[in-house]
Structures are given as structure tokens and as C-alpha cells.
Design a protein around this ligand. Sequence first.
Ligand code: DON
Length: 565
Amino acid sequence: MKRAWLSLSLLCLPLTAAASAPLAEPVRGHGGMVASADTLAASVGVQVLREGGNAVDAAVATAFALAVTHPTAGNIGGGGFLVYRSASGEADAWDFREKAPAAASPEMFLKGGQYDSGRHHDSLLAVGVPGTVAGLHLAWSERGTRPWKKLLVPAIALARDGFVVSDGLARDLAEKLDAFAKHPPTLQQFSRDGKALAAGDRLKQADLARTLTRIAEQGPAGFYAGETARLIAAEMKRGGGLIDERDLLAYRAAKRTPVRGSYRGWEIVSMPPPSSGGTALVQILNILEGYDLAASGFGSALTVHRMSEAMRRAFADRARFLGDPDLNPDVPVARLTSKEHAAEQRATIDDGRASVSSPESFEWAAEPSHTTHFSVIDADGNAVALTFTLEDEYGVKRIVTGAGFLLNNEMGDFNAGPGLTDSTGLIGTPPNLASPGRRMLSSMTPTIAVRDGVVIAPGAAGGRRIINTVAQALVNVIDHGMNVQEAVDAPRIHHQWLPDHILAEDRALSADTQALLSARGHALKLGWDYSSRLQAVLRRPDGTLEGAYDRRSPDGATVSVSPPR
Ligand code: DON
């Protein structure tokens, strides 16, 4: 199925005159397309489109399939965001970010007055009340057209009957065996009697199939009440977690007004708080709009300098201002995303010299490494960008015994504790401290950009790198004339204010570019460890679809309903 409809013919003119012969071709098709980090899940979504479902129907089915076939990040035990734009231009954002349970407190990650990273990231205290099931159901109830139950059928079958483990998944699960072994039911689900599954083995998840069946039959009540809720609460009790049945019953997904911006005539629609993604993305693009990046060129020292200075400023504002809008009523999204704010910030950028991030410097915690993004565009041009996560790979690496799904460790996205900002990696600023019912700040940036009938829906995994990854995808297409596959493939850079350095993938910066950046005063950190994972689908006005998945991951796919005519 992978690259099934790959066509090497040039069907369409590039988006800008600057493009030259492509280095890579996107998958092309029509009648609907899904690009995902997982081939099986993408195929599930496309089947829904083939049967007449719309982009939201396909997204719901793809997301539930990912919870089975891509357990590192696909989930029902975590949360995420869905950004939607209809063909006629209406835009919605659904927030199904996890929430802190009622017993949470800003000091909950301290032990004996000292910060305890294990409590924050690696214990059942790190589990937020999951949002995925409520969010998918809310989006479906407002925009879906196919019966809910039907959308879960493929996921249930994949869990009950099993699926063939890919080489990538086998390697990934093998690496986690020791972590899974701390909780025997988890080891049992993801191994063969404690031995690593091999590529080609079949992975069956019977308890997960039963949980998905309850969700199919009862909707959110099949997760937030009854047997599933009892199983979650029991797991929490056994392992010292805080979530109880009342927290589960109280969980609600939220519909939010998307963040909107513009970039060189493109309309940008993205995720508002509790994600920082859309706000920071629009801020970065607004700053970059004042520069001729096409002229300075992809990967040049001047382009990388300007981009990293824009990123630095957006990330500084992110740390100062952003948090759950329901509990931080003054989150200044309108000001941060204004052209005036960008102009003020651009005026502080010196083309010849790197800025210095704040003197009361503090390091950011290391990025965890898993989340998953997929994009869907249907035959009518409705678009979905959906990013969801368990936070770390396989979340807290513990399934709910008897329910077969992994729990997130998203509470790790809250700040460590009040006033704990220091040079060792802790942050203690108020807008993102744990408190009852609060959603933790995210960087997930599902986005839809539109101009002259061209729609592009990108999004990524990669912690804070997500924001800059989506920004670079758009700049690559809009300024550098790349097609979507080239835009996904192109090496990426990252600056997040603190630590004060540019991270760059291998081959992102030539030796002389590095020298020019160093001469401006930038510290550089190079290596693939800093990668993110990007998926994107683009639709042209004639209905042609072009999709790209990130080849940095082993199991991705872009699948369309039909190959190009
Ligand atoms: O919501 C967030 O921003 C993080 N929990 C996402 C984590 C992530 O992307 C790890 N990924 N590869």
C-alpha cells in the first residue's frame, strides 16, 4: 500500500515560480487522501473516504486505528487536538488535551520539598485524565456523517484479530521491553511471553478490542463511565495515581476558536491554547513575513539566522504567557499573533548578530520522543489536521489492566513546581502549574493553510520542535517553492529561546554556513537526535491531492482514494 499511488509525472505547476526540478515527489491522488505515520491506520481512513465518509469521519477512524497499530503515540489513553477547515472556509478546533485530576496541586511533583522528576514524568502521578475519546466523539457529533459505531469497526478488528508487526514497530517494542516489564500486564500485551515480537508476528490486543467495543456501543460513556472507568480507577489506586471515577465522569472535550493568521497571502488556521502551537507558529510566520526568505535562500546562514531569531522570540513569549485558557483568562493570543507585535519583535533582530536569550537563563527539560500527526483532505476539500499523543513514547508505559490501552504521562508537560525555574532544567512559571482540572500546555500544532484555492494541512510530532517544524514546512512550500514531500524531507533547524542554541539535523547546515552562524554568535548543536516527524497533505484547486509522510519514521504512508487521473 505504501506509496501505492506514487506517480512520477509532473501533474501540476509548482506553487511558486522559484521551484526547480523536484528532488522528491509527493504521492499524488484524488478523491481524498490521508498521510499518517502508520500505513495501516492511513488505509483505514482512506477506506472511510472511499465509502463516502468525510474528512472528520476518516480522522476518527484513523485515530482509533492508530490507538491499535501505532501504540507509541496513537491512543485512547492520551489526548490531542483536531483542527478542521471546511471546503467553504469555516474553521473549528477541538481540544481533547488531558486534564489534571481534582487532587492535583502545583506541588505534586515535589517530594520532601525537592523536585522529583520520577513523580513528574514516570509514575501514575504523571497521568492526565485522557481526552481522546471525548474529543473524537465531539468532533464527530458536530461534523461527522457516518455512524460512530462503524468508524470503530476497523480498529476493533485490528485489535481483536491482530495485525502484522512491521520491522519498525518490532524494533521499537523491543527497545521498550525492560520498561514494560515493570508492569507484567503491559509486557504481556506487547511481547510474546516476555520475548520481543519479531517483524511478521501478529499482535493481538483482546482487552483493547473489548474496550473499543464498549466505546463503539456506548460512545464516551464506554470510556468515562462503567467498566472502563472502573478499570482505570483501579489501576490508579494500585499504582498510586490520582485519577478517580469522578475525574473521568467530569472530563469534557472543548471546542475552541482556532488561532488565525496570514503569511504572504496564505490564510493560516491553527490550534489555540492550551496548545502554544498555533500562537507561536503565527508569531514566527509574522516575523518572517518581513524578510525575503526566497532571496536569502533555503539553508543559508542569513535565512537560518532570521528563522532562529523569530523562533527564539516566539518561544520566549510562549514561556511567559501561555497556559490553559480556561484557568488563565488573560492569555494574550490576539496581541501575540498581531502583525504589530511581530514588527516590534523584528525590529529587535540584528542580521549580523545573534540575540542572547534572557540572562535569568534556564534550560528546558529534554524533549520526549513521541506523538503522532496525520492529515486528511476529502473529495470536497474539507481538511483535518490531527495531532495526538501519550507524551513520551508509550506514555507512562503502563496499560490499564483489563482494558488494554496505554496511559499517558502528559502531566509532565506541566511546569515542575512553583518558583522552580533554574538552570538544571526546571520551569516554575505560573500559567502552566498543575492544578485541578487544568490542561497542561502543549506544543502540538495541527494547522491548515489556504491561498487561492490551494489547501495545505501539515502537523508534526516532536515536542517543542513541532512548532518550528510546521513553520519550516510552510516556509519551504511558500518561500522556497518545494513540493510537500521536499518540504517534509528538507533538513530542519530548531531554536526554542532556551537553551540558547540552534539545533540542526545532520546536513541542515554546511560547514561554511555553520561558520557564518558561529560568527554571528550562535551556538550550534548538530545531530539527528533533534528530529521531528511531519506529515502533510496539499490540495490544488482542481482537486488533485499531494501528500507526504516523514521518511524519518519507518512505517508512514500517504494513501489516496484513487490515483491521479
Ligand atoms: O503536547 C506536547 O507538546 C507534548 N506532550 C508532545 C510530545 C511529543 O511531541 C513527543 N514527540 N515526538
